[in-house]
Write a protein that binds this ligand. Structure first.
Ligand SMILES: Cc1cc2nc3c(=O)[nH]c(=O)nc-3n(C[C@H](O)[C@H](O)[C@H](O)COP(=O)(O)O)c2cc1C
Length: 227
């Protein structure tokens, strides 16, 4: 539904038949030259000095220091997330990691973001190759999630023995049989402490109508019906 800004309508909203609400030709909505849209001197957009946004005495706006990492991790374990594998590189030098810190950024143009720790073996290969894929896993692919999280001992190319891998548009490896794959070109990167935020322009994708998502919640893998 289109929202209509009633503030721009006259009090009697519907103009008489045949009369148009637009100003006559030659008349402009801008203020005449010399007239400024700013409020007159003395009138400020800020709240008056005696009006304060602070909470009442006794309530604290924020703790004096931020949370510790351990408490933060305990909190974030309660954010149920889709389990993905981020994969990159060319055959022979492929690398990948299991990741939940992935989100849609925009549909115009189609872009996603992925947060990857700089020490992950795939990190520098994403930067140098300029391509990566995000593969959303199904409940049948928990083994692949464990492998790409480094829990099975395999590293680099050896991780790709788990599952069947192909390519789409970018040349990055994409997982055959994933719930959905997003094939991306790296278009931007932001560094923040231990991680990079990679922004990928989605070039191509595929999905499986029947697959069920693999989820991660409270330090464990789940499906939509339970653990
Ligand atoms: C469920 C789950 C989610 C994870 N999410 C991320 C993530 O979003 N970003 C990240 O950098 N590492 C994440 N990790 C950790 C990496 O998968 C793990 O450190 C991996 O071993 C890094 O690759 P490397 O062994 O090649 O360095 C996650 C691990 C698990 C089990």
């Amino acid at each position: 539904m289109n929202a209509v800004d009633k503030r721009s309508l006259p009090r009697n909203a519907s103009p008489p038949t045949g009369v148009k609400a637009e100003p006559p030709t030659g008349m402009k909505a801008e203020p005449p030259t010399g007239m400024k849209a700013e409020p007159p001197t003395g009138m400020k957009a800020e709240p008056p000095t005696d009006m304060k946004a602070e909470p009442p005495t006794g309530a604290k706006a924020e703790p004096p220091t931020g949370m510790e990492a351990e408490g933060y991790r305990a909190l974030m374990r309660h954010q149920a997330g889709a389990v993905t594998v981020i994969a990159t590189g060319q055959p022979g030098t492929r690398a990948g990691l299991t990741a939940t810190a992935v989100a849609s950024l925009s549909d115009n143009p189609p872009t996603i973001l992925a947060c990857v720790q700089r020490k992950a073996s795939a990190h520098d290969i994403i930067v140098s190759s300029g391509v990566f894929s995000v593969n959303l896993l199904t409940t049948a692919q928990q083994d692949i999630a464990e492998t790409f999280a480094g829990r099975r001992g395999a590293r680099g190319e050896a991780r790709f023995l788990a599952g069947t891998w192909a390519t789409l548009a970018s040349g990055a490896p994409v997982l055959v049989g994933a719930l959905a794959v997003l094939d991306c070109r790296l278009v931007d990167r932001h560094d923040f402490t231990t991680h990079s935020i990679f922004i990928g322009r989605v070039l191509a994708g595929r999905w499986d109508e029947k697959g069920e998502p693999l989820l991660y919640f409270r330090n464990d893998f789940w499906d939509l019906t339970g653990r």
